[in-house]
Design a protein around this ligand. Sequence first.
Ligand code: PAF
Length: 281
Amino acid sequence: MEKFETVSHIRDFLQPIKRSGKKIGFVPTMGALHEGHISLIKEARNDTDVVVCSIFVNPKQFNNPEDLEKYPRDIARDIHLLEIADCDVVFIPSEQEIYPDDKSENFDFGLLENVMEGTFRPGHFNGVATVVKRLFEIVDPDNAYFGLKDYQQLLIVYKMTKDLKLPVEIIPCPIVREKNGLAMSSRNERLSAEEREQATLLYETLKMVKIRSGYASVGEISSFVEQQFRRNKFVKLEYFEIVDMYTLQPLKTWASSNNVIACIAAWVGPVRLIDNMIIFS
Ligand code: PAF
């Protein structure tokens, strides 16, 4: 596997590959890799000729300084996992390489960012879009792979790519879960064994929501979810929303959309987790 730390070196390597007509698949990450990331690498491996993974903990997308400081980092382990997964290129840039003049872009995602993560993490999606755009400029991929766990992020990246007419195909990939149902996330590393068990409440609740969507109203389900979380003193619900899959606007009735997803965010000890489940589409 080739390793690069500078923009000029990775460009010098990738540009001739692109010119030769080979397809580049790109998996942007913030490191602390897990099976969810590896599934993205595998998808890229299947679809494209050269697989590139970036590892960059992007300060611009952290609205909480403690979250940035505590974000798990283990580059040696990440490199080892990428080698096993048959990744071709890893890009591990410094902040200076990514933001030489420390400028942020100003995106307008309209209604997509006025809900859920957008409300609870102000500036987060602007930071995500800023870094994804910059990484796309550097890597110039044909395809880029994003997990459905960060569903709102996926829609934001779609919109940014479409609005700016970037020549990259965004490929959504399924959520990968631990055996107990907990959605894989780098932040899970910060959970104790006990907290990991408690954290399954997110997935368990989503499963019950899906079953209940067959007979209960949206309002009844929201009350049910709040009650579920009130009963558990280890897990604190931040939001639960039933929304349209494309506009992300909350639904009052099932009839108001044909494509519905339930999204949830909760704190387990000091760690904030998100998860979601498509209810119907
Ligand atoms: O999903 C992530 O890990 C990050 O938000 C991303 C897309 C790598 C941008 O920093």
